[in-house]
Design a protein around this ligand. Structure first.
Ligand code: LLP
Length: 424
């Protein structure tokens, strides 16, 4: 077994990560700006002769500094909550570049979105009806459910027959009737079949379904094929062949354009592919424990900071950046510090013999790492550091001290008085 995944899988030099861990402490998420920019540019180069626009799925990583970088690369935004809409607006994004895919939205959220002037993508007939009643003569988009199943885990498969998302294909005529009754123009059609697509053929099939289903939409201005482009999480896993995918999709999109008179824009809305590989979670080993059959490396982070392994059995490479040469290889379970036995960040990992004080880099955690983090066990969230394109290290989120964490809890819950005097 290899005594550490190859250091080349790190997005930056391990010494640089070590320096950040020592200066900022741990747990800390580190992001590499130049890599995020390169990845945005790669996506933008895929369809040179087609009207394709890119939206970044904000849910993958919503640190405002990261959003600004991606906005600077010419991306609009895919948002899925009114809060994400407000975040993008606050960063100065033109509402026309904000696509809001609702999912069980409230009336208040609907009115907020309408007032803001963002593109509202409606996912149910009930919501479509209330939107049309409230805003006759306006416009929106519809999300449909193409009954194509994909995603890296059942929990992120959104296009299957039993999914809660989107309007059934057979109900599209009903959707157009509702809209027509109120003079609402359906400007776009959208689907997202899953996150971390396993079979490229499934996205191609989805494209086909959307192109066909758009035929009944008189006011069609765009088709949004959603996100889901996967990244390799294992160092020996082949990356998704983007160029081949773009080649195959281009042929179909060009044929569509040739046969339609409507000036149509195509959207894709990836999150993970843009930021996933550009992020690392740094953590420090504080305990090495031999439990007989398994040896555990105990760290200062856990599933409260990186939920993916616990929630989806997701695999993230772990590299010991303190000790990477000339040591015996050992097999470890990498454990978090949360009071649950499911709090494992990696199982049976071959690492160089590791000791308390060593720093570990948990790879490919730029997407759905910090955005899914919580303060479970009342622990503070990690710090976030950006390695800028110029090579500086910049704090983009401070880590709270334990004292600040508890103080804020009292502030937020309104219990500021001394507890002792109040106990019955
Ligand atoms: N568009 C819509 C409507 C979505 O629901 C999503 C992700 C995306 C785009 C972006 O998908 P991506 O390109 O990042 O795969 N927490 C899970 C992922 C859940 C994604 C939910 N929707 C994970 O950690 O794998």
């Amino acid at each position: 077994m290899q005594p550490n995944p190859p250091l080349s899988i790190l997005p930056v030099d391990s010494d640089r990560l070590l320096a950040i861990a020592q200066k900022w402490g741990t747990p800390t998420y580190v992001y590499v700006e130049s890599l995020i920019r390169q990845r945005c540019q790669k996506l933008k180069s895929l369809f040179p002769d087609l009207p394709v626009s890119w939206l970044y799925a904000v849910k993958a990583n919503d640190n405002p500094h990261i959003i600004r970088i991606i906005s600077g690369e010419g991306f609009g935004f895919d948002t899925v909550s009114y809060e994400e809409v407000l975040l993008c607006l606050k960063l100065g994004t033109d509402p026309k570049d904000i696509f809001y895919t609702e999912n069980n939205m409230t009336d208040a959220e609907m009115h907020g979105a309408a007032k803001a002037g963002v593109i509202l993508n409606v996912g149910s007939l009930g919501r479509l009806r209330s939107f049309c009643e409230a805003y006759p003569g306006s416009e929106c988009s519809i999300r449909v459910k193409p009954d194509i199943s994909d995603g890296h885990h059942a929990k992120v498969d959104t296009g299957n027959q039993d999914s809660k998302f989107g309007i059934r294909l057979d109900l599209i005529p009903e959707a157009t009737r509702i809209a027509a009754d109120f003079g609402v123009r359906i400007r776009g059609i959208h689907a997202h079949i899953g996150s971390g697509i396993q079979e490229p053929e499934n996205i191609l099939a989805e494209i086909e379904v959307l192109l066909k289903s758009s035929a009944g939409l008189q006011d069609l201005a765009f088709i949004n094929f959603g996100g889901g482009i996967p990244i390799p999480y294992r160092h020996d896993e082949a990356p998704f062949d983007l160029d081949r995918f773009a080649d195959l999709a281009s042929g179909r999109l060009k044929a569509f354009i040739a046969t339609t008179e409507k000036p149509v824009t195509f959207f894709f809305e990836p999150g993970r592919w843009v930021v996933g590989p550009a992020g690392i979670l740094l953590t420090q080993v504080n305990t090495v424990k031999d439990q007989g059959r398994k040896v555990f490396l105990g760290t200062d982070t856990g599933f409260n900071h990186l939920l993916r392994p616990a929630l989806y059995d997701a695999y993230h490479e772990v590299v010991n950046i303190s000790e990477h040469t000339g040591k015996t290889s050992r097999t470890y379970h990498i454990a978090g510090n949360i009071c649950e036995s499911g709090d494992m960040l990696g199982l049976d990992r071959a690492l160089p013999e590791s000791s308390p004080g060593d720093y570990l880099a948990i790879c490919d955690t730029g997407a759905y790492g910090m955005t899914m983090a919580s303060q479970y066990n009342r622990r503070a969230l990690p710090a976030e550091v950006l390695i800028t394109s110029k090579g500086y290290h910049k704090t983009i989120r401070k880590r709270k001290t334990p004292e600040e964490t508890v103080k804020d809890l009292f502030k937020e819950t309104g219990l500021t008085a001394a507890l002792k005097s109040e106990t019955p």
